[in-house]
Every structure is written in structure tokens, then in C-alpha cells.
Design a protein around this ligand. Structure first.
Ligand code: HH2
Length: 284
């Protein structure tokens, strides 16, 4: 099961895998589903970013627009004002690479300029026609995520014939579209988009069969943290989903995920180390 990738992070080539990475979530938003409003103040956001790096994050993902079900788009100037000062400060202060969670090319370009090394585009290059050019020129890593519909309406009535096959076909197609647009394959990661236009059963089926996405040939990132499928399984509110998150994180690592996107970095980093040691290739 041993596998490794080289990830191109803006001029740097960084090995990824077989040891999985923990990506710490930093939402500089008033309305994110689990931590909205806590880190809207730039100083609080930078302090949280530093703390997550100390807790064992391998990567930080800074976002200025919530994509929770029902959320509305944020104007570009507002999103930029939220994330750029935080990214600039963290790029200077912490050793781990910084990712920007945005679907807007202008925000991605400003973030890369401010020191970010990765772009997390939940639209997988379908949201802004200028996004591919930004990544082709700047050379940062890019996460391509699956979503059915758009955040405002995606949970209304998600439908699939065969969810895992459809998600895999979509991600394969998006990888090829990115490469055709001039982005190097080594820049790309793929993400099945837990909770993005998916019912409880769809999310569970994807997590059960996550290993099938390895045939795409790019590192898999998964974001199960505190999400509503855990709330549905456990009948618990968002603030009480840590144990559920850790169980999901361990399952993802055992099935080959190389990056897990989480809010609770210290706990997840411990769970990842144990799960990685228990994989068939025993990553210590
Ligand atoms: N999930 C969220 C946001 N961005 N990006 C990727 N690649 N994968 C995910 O699963 C993913 C994501 C939603 O979580 P969060 O950032 O905590 O909430 P919000 O969108 O409300 O800010």
C-alpha cells in the first residue's frame, strides 16, 4: 500500500505520503457552520493559525467564504480583505504551507502573492474561468473537489445513479481539464467533497469505498470534520462531533487519504499517527 507523491507547491517540490498530512481549517468568516465568527478578527485568526501549527498541522487552509449548505456568495473585495492579511502574517510566521479556500481567481492570485502555496477550489475550476490560468502561472498546488449543485441549494435533493463511480469520473475529468489548461499533474489533489450535494447514505458510501479513488492517481484529501453526516449518525450538535470526526479521519487514513482537513488539529494529528501505523504498510 506504500505510495508517495511529489507535490508542486510554488517552486518547491514537497514529498506527500505515505505519511498523511493534517490540514488545519481556519475560517475567517462570520457564518461558517462550526466556527463562524470566532476568527473574523485578523489577530485572532493569526493566533489560531499559529496554534494549529504548534498542535501538529502540516498545512493550514484559510477561507473567507463559507460554503455550508444554504450559504450565500461573499463579494470579492470582502473575501480578499478577510483572508489576505491573515495569509501574509501566517506565511511569515509559520513553517507549514498555507492554502487558501476560495473559488475566485483574483483572491487565489492575491493569496499566492501573499505567500500561500496551495489553492482549495471547491468548484474544481468550474466557478471562475480565470482560476486555471492563475494556477498555471503561479505553480501552486490545487485541490479539485466534487460538489453536486452549488452551496445555496446543494442539499435540497442530491441524486446519483452510482455515487462513487460518478464522483470518481468527475474528479478524473477535472484532473484532465486542469492539465489541459496548463496546470501540472503534480500540482493536483482530489477530494470527494463530503457533504457537498450528498445525503447521509452518499457520504457513507464514499467513505466506505474511498480507496477506489486512489486509481485516479492523485493524492486524496478528505474533509469529514464536524460535518452533518456525523450529526445524523450520532444525533449530536456540531460542538459534540469530535469523536465522530476522529473515527472518520482514521477510516479515511486506513483507506489511503493523504490529507485530512480538520478543525481539531491536536486530536486529529494523534488519530492520524495511530491510523497510519495500522495501515497495511505501517507508516510510523
Ligand atoms: N469542506 C468545507 C469547506 N471547504 N474544502 C475541501 N477541499 N473539502 C471539504 O470537505 C471542505 C472544503 C466545509 O467546512 P468548513 O470550512 O468548516 O465550513 P464553512 O464552509 O461553513 O466555512
Amino acid at each position: 500500500m506504500a505510495e508517495g507523491f511529489v507535490l508542486r507547491l510554488r517552486g518547491r517540490e514537497v514529498p506527500l505520503g505515505p505519511r498523511p498530512w493534517v490540514q488545519g481549517i481556519l475560517n475567517v468568516t462570520p457564518d461558517s457552520f462550526s466556527d463562524g465568527g470566532r476568527f473574523l478578527d485578523p489577530a485572532a485568526a493569526v493566533a489560531r493559525g499559529r496554534a494549529m501549527a504548534e498542535e501538529g498541522a502540516d498545512l493550514l487552509d484559510v477561507g473567507g467564504e463559507s460554503t455550508r449548505p444554504g450559504s450565500a456568495p461573499v463579494p470579492e473585495a470582502e473575501e480578499r480583505a478577510r483572508v489576505i492579511p491573515v495569509i501574509r502574517a501566517l506565511a511569515r510566521d509559520v513553517a507549514v504551507p498555507i492554502s487558501v479556500d476560495t473559488s475566485k481567481a483574483s483572491v487565489a492570485a492575491a493569496a499566492l502573492e501573499a505567500g500561500a502555496a496551495m489553492v482549495n477550489d471547491v468548484t474544481a475550476l468550474r466557478g471562475d474561468p480565470a482560476m486555471a490560468g492563475v494556477l498555471a502561472r503561479a505553480g501552486g498546488a490545487l485541490v479539485l473537489m466534487h460538489m453536486q449543485g452549488e452551496p445555496r441549494t446543494m442539499q435540497a435533493a442530491p441524486r446519483y445513479g452510482e455515487v462513487v463511480a460518478e464522483v470518481a469520473a468527475f474528479l478524473r475529468e477535472r484532473v484532465e481539464a486542469a492539465v489541459a489548461a496548463g496546470i501540472a499533474r503534480e500540482q493536483l489533489l482530489v477530494d470527494p467533497g463530503i457533504g457537498f450535494g450528498k445525503t447521509l447514505e452518499h457520504n457513507l458510501e464514499i467513505l466506505r469505498r474511498l480507496g477506489e479513488l486512489r486509481s485516479i492517481g492523485r493524492p486524496i484529501l478528505v474533509g469529514p470534520s464536524r460535518k452533518s453526516f456525523l450529526g445524523a449518525l450520532l444525533d449530536l450538535p456540531v460542538g459534540e462531533r469530535l469523536e465522530g470526526t476522529l473515527a472518520a479521519v482514521a477510516a479515511c487514513v486506513l483507506r489511503g487519504a493523504l490529507v485530512v482537513r480538520v478543525h481539531d488539529v491536536r486530536a486529529a494529528a494523534r488519530a492520524v499517527r495511530v491510523a497510519a501505523a495500522l495501515r497495511s504498510d505501517g507508516v510510523l
